[in-house]
Design a binder for this molecule. Structure first.
Ligand SMILES: [Zn+2]
Length: 283
């Protein structure tokens, strides 16, 4: 089983996770820029983080044979903090980088006027830089959040096939299915979407434009739930071909629209970090 996790925050994960992911078949990931829990108070905190997403983390992933790409944005939660607003001014520089395959995570957290403005601005950046967009949908008041997100996406003029609405569930899937946007599902250990529930959605709605991710981060999460979903699909009667479509070819097609996916088998290690101690220790 080859797996492309289209939404995972590896910055928050350990090397044990990279090892287990690689053993489970995860060959490629996309790491969206997001909220780190601790509020950031100045632009430099963001630029160091973005530099890590396009520099250090791809190098670290490469040690385990995993191809790493990123999406870059001012996340919805921090869109509300005026100290973070200068991030919008430096985004164009990052959106030109090779490892950046979309603008994201953008969208709503609490649906404030500040979030409205930052969401629209970043969709315009996606259009200007000819990149897809990864839209986070809120965990509270989800249906209204998805409806408003779809309205902002439509207003922006971005082609729907270049947008994924993520963290969908049984209720919100219905709102997105016929819009032409891609549908993202984050599989969690105890709450929200689970592998069996995901299988039921794939039975009901098919495999087209469906993306399955672990969204693993610093909270309770599990980077192997993509694999668990593939196994649950096979048990339910889906073919290897269906699993490959959902877990590999769909994310390749979606992020491939950036023109920047790099999935060849060469060693991903880059010389920049060659002297770092990560290379010691025998692995
Ligand atoms: Zn996320």
């Amino acid at each position: 089983m080859r797996i492309f996790d289209p939404h995972i925050h590896m910055t928050s994960r350990t090397t044990d996770d990279y090892e287990r992911m690689a053993a489970a078949g995860v060959r490629a990931v996309v790491e969206p820029a997001f909220w780190l829990g601790q509020p950031r108070t100045n632009l430099g905190s963001f630029t160091d983080y973005f530099d890590s997403l396009v520099g250090w983390e791809p190098f670290r992933a490469g040690q385990f044979g995993v191809r790493h790409h990123a999406t870059v944005a001012l996340n919805p939660k921090e869109a509300n903090d005026p100290r973070c607003r200068p991030v919008l001014d430096v985004l164009p520089r990052y959106l030109e980088k090779d490892g950046v395959v979309a603008v994201g995570e953008i969208g709503y957290d609490s649906m404030t006027p500040e979030e409205d403005a930052v969401f629209a601005t970043q969709l315009a950046l996606a259009v200007a830089h000819d990149l897809p967009a990864l839209v986070h949908t809120p965990h509270r008041d989800k249906a209204r959040g998805v409806e408003r997100s779809l309205a902002v996406v439509a207003e922006s003029g971005i082609e729907p096939g270049r947008v994924v609405l993520d963290h969908l569930n049984e209720v919100t899937v219905k709102l997105v299915r016929d819009t032409g946007c891609w549908l993202g599902f984050s599989i969690y250990p105890d709450t929200k979407m689970s592998p069996p529930r995901m299988v039921e959605l794939l039975k009901a709605y098919g495999t087209e434009r469906m993306l399955v991710n672990s969204a693993a981060d610093w909270g309770r999460s599990d980077p192997l739930l993509t694999r668990a979903t593939g196994e649950a699909m096979l048990l339910a009667g889906f073919t290897d071909e269906d699993v490959d479509r959902v877990l590999w070819r769909n994310p390749v097609e979606f992020y491939g629209q950036s023109g920047r996916l790099d999935l060849n088998d060469e060693d991903a290690a880059e010389p920049t970090f060659a002297g770092n101690s990560i290379l010691r220790g025998g692995s």
